[in-house]
Design a protein around this ligand. Structure first.
Ligand SMILES: NC(=O)c1ccc[n+]([C@@H]2O[C@H](COP(=O)([O-])OP(=O)(O)OC[C@H]3O[C@@H](n4cnc5c(N)ncnc54)[C@H](O)[C@@H]3O)[C@@H](O)[C@H]2O)c1
Length: 106
């Protein structure tokens, strides 16, 4: 069983969470959001206000990033450094100039 964590429990997570729940070979075990009330509708999951704490305490196989776009790259790198797979089809890597490059993960 693959263990899944999801960070950013906002609008689009309302579509992702039921999709994870429907999977037979993956279990969504942990949620992270800086706003605790966003996680309240999901009492069966472990809740984290701090992303690093979630990575530290959970042995995740997959991280589903549902954060605002400008945070995707930093959070993905932190997770990948721990060997966690990212569930995000593309990452936009912002440059100081305001330009961005897109990294397709497949
Ligand atoms: N909403 C949609 O219909 C939709 C559709 C396609 C793609 N997306 C993409 O999904 C991503 C998220 O969009 P959304 O509409 O769900 O945004 P949202 O603002 O509704 O949700 C983002 C959540 O991230 C949380 N958050 C912000 N900073 C955080 C941090 N540092 N640590 C932990 N949590 C933090 C916020 O509290 C919020 O609950 C974006 O990249 C967006 O482009 C959204």
């Amino acid at each position: 069983m693959l263990k899944v964590g999801l960070v950013g429990v906002g609008g689009i997570s309302g579509a992702h969470i039921p999709a994870w729940e429907a999977m037979e070979d993956a279990e969504l075990t942990a949620l992270c959001d800086i706003r605790s009330e966003r996680m309240e509708p999901y009492p069966g999951k472990r809740h984290y206000l701090d992303f690093e704490e979630m990575l530290e305490k959970e042995e995740l196989d997959i991280l589903d990033i549902c954060l605002p776009t400008y945070l995707h790259a930093d959070y993905a790198v932190k997770a990948m450094e721990r060997g966690i797979q990212i569930r995000k089809t593309s990452l936009r890597l912002y440059e100081p100039s305001g330009q961005y490059a897109s990294l397709e993960l497949g």
